[in-house]
Design a protein around this ligand. Structure first.
Ligand SMILES: CC(=O)SCCNC(=O)CCNC(=O)[C@H](O)C(C)(C)COP(=O)(O)OP(=O)(O)OC[C@H]1O[C@@H](n2cnc3c(N)ncnc32)[C@H](O)[C@@H]1OP(=O)(O)O
Ligand SMILES: O=C([O-])CC(=O)C(=O)O
Length: 379
């Protein structure tokens, strides 16, 4: 049996959703650099789900469908309100919210192509409403409904803050959403595929994926990058704090990647956005601290920033609180999870690898009343 720790280098499936070849990321064959520079996030969702870019009419219809599907059942809003009082992390609230959505969806367990498409729209529309509702409730404000004339990016910023965003913020957030939409067989996408390969439903696949995304080695890193910046506090402290972290063999959040060897192509877009937004807000400290951190970590550890590193200062400049950084990753990545879930259903086989057993062998069972408590029976 071949064993690869962390499944490094293992090809677990074929896929035509996205690719990373020679450190170039494409969605359905389109370079992510072009999509980021020119597309709207809604076009990218459409591309991921239908394997083609929409016409103007298809895009207009698709945008309307997403907004129509964004409302939350009152029961789910009540769950968000109650859990917010418990000081739960918003990723946990999002997981609860998505599981609850399944309970109030009559089609949750229907597996036809048309039912799956309707569920895809509901999930894409409602995840954003759950995250925005949490944000409002945590500030003791009423949740807001999306506006029909706003883009997906503008609607989230509006539903969070109650203000229609300016053009620069909307554009930056749109780019961030595109950059996070899909990424081949990353841990959360693989989790979604493993889940639905049992022929479980789309809500279960997305809930499972959210659990994987939450971890700090994956999507949870962006929140920790902001914590690191705040803990360091000032550019004069960067060198000292990093050397202390290196000595303690701590991982520097937002650096390193399993697949990219010459750097994550998404990081340059986020670095540039971080710079531009810092100029607009006048709060340039986090951008310059991030640059200083990148310089030292790259020079001394040979590690390059990944998508999570500059997302932190970008989201901060957009007025987003740090505990929402990973949920925001999810409102974009759900588009990729859905594309992969649909692809898995199309050509399904149960995903069930093997483990190489390294535990004890030939143990003799001793009935509980005969075990001597003074002996270490676990050995
Ligand atoms: C959207 C995303 O999921 S992007 C990734 C987000 N996660 C992070 O930013 C967390 C920090 N980064 C990491 O933990 C890793 O680089 C990962 C999880 C992204 C990739 O992990 P792997 O491919 O398994 O690499 P692994 O963790 O084995 O690291 C290899 C070596 O580089 C070191 N290394 C890797 N990343 C870092 C880091 N960020 N800081 C310090 N050292 C690091 C490891 O300590 C290890 O060193 P060793 O061989 O001396 O033990
Ligand atoms: O691909 C990975 O391992 C992690 C990543 O960058 C992502 O999910 O965007």
């Amino acid at each position: 049996m071949v064993q690869a720790k962390g499944l490094e280098g293992v090809i677990a499936t074929t896929s035509s959703v996205s690719s990373i070849i020679d450190d170039v990321l494409t969605y359905r064959g389109y370079n992510v650099d072009d999509l980021t520079d020119y597309a709207q996030f809604e076009e990218v969702i459409y591309l991921l789900w239908f394997n083609k870019l929409p016409t103007s009419q298809q895009l207009a219809d698709f945008k309307s469908e997403l907004i129509e599907n964004a409302y939350l059942p009152n029961e789910v809003l009540d769950i968000i309100k109650n859990l917010s009082k418990e000081n739960a992390h918003p990723m946990s609230i999002l997981m609860n919210g998505v599981s609850a959505l399944a309970i109030y969806d009559e089609e949750a367990n229907q597996m036809t192509e048309s039912a799956n498409y309707r569920k895809a729209l509901r999930l894409q529309g409602k995840l954003v409403s759950i995250v925005a509702a949490y944000s409002r409730i945590s500030e003791e404000k009423e949740p807001l409904r999306p506006k029909e004339d706003l883009s997906f990016a503008a609607n989230f910023l509006y539903m969070m803050s109650g203000r229609i965003p300016d053009e620069i913020s909307e554009k930056a957030f749109n780019k961030a959403l595109i950059l996070h939409a899909d990424h081949e067989l990353n841990a959360s996408t693989f989790t979604a595929r493993v889940c639905v390969a049992t022929l479980s439903d789309m809500y279960s696949g997305v809930t499972a994926a959210l659990g994987a995304l939450k971890g700090p080695l994956h999507g949870g890193a962006n929140e920790r990058v902001m914590k690191m910046l705040v803990d360091i506090g000032d550019i004069t402290q960067v060198e000292h704090c990093l050397h202390r972290a290196f000595e303690n063999k701590e991982k520097i959040m937002g650096f390193g990647h399993r697949v990219y060897k010459t750097g994550d192509p998404r990081a340059k877009h986020l670095r540039e956005m971080s710079k531009q937004l810092a100029k607009v807000t006048g709060e340039e400290k986090w951008y310059y601290m991030s640059l200083a951190i990148e310089k030292i970590v790259t020079k001394e550890k040979g590690l390059l920033p990944n998508v999570d590193f500059y997302s932190a200062s970008v989201y901060h400049s957009l007025g987003i609180q740090p505990d929402l950084f990973t949920p925001i990753f999810a409102i974009s990545r759900v588009s990729g999870w859905i594309a992969h879930i649909l692809e898995q259903y199309e050509n399904n086989r149960l995903i069930r690898p093997r483990a190489e057993y390294v535990g004890l062998k030939n143990q003799t069972y001793i009935p509980v009343h005969e075990r001597d408590e003074s002996k270490d029976v676990i050995a």
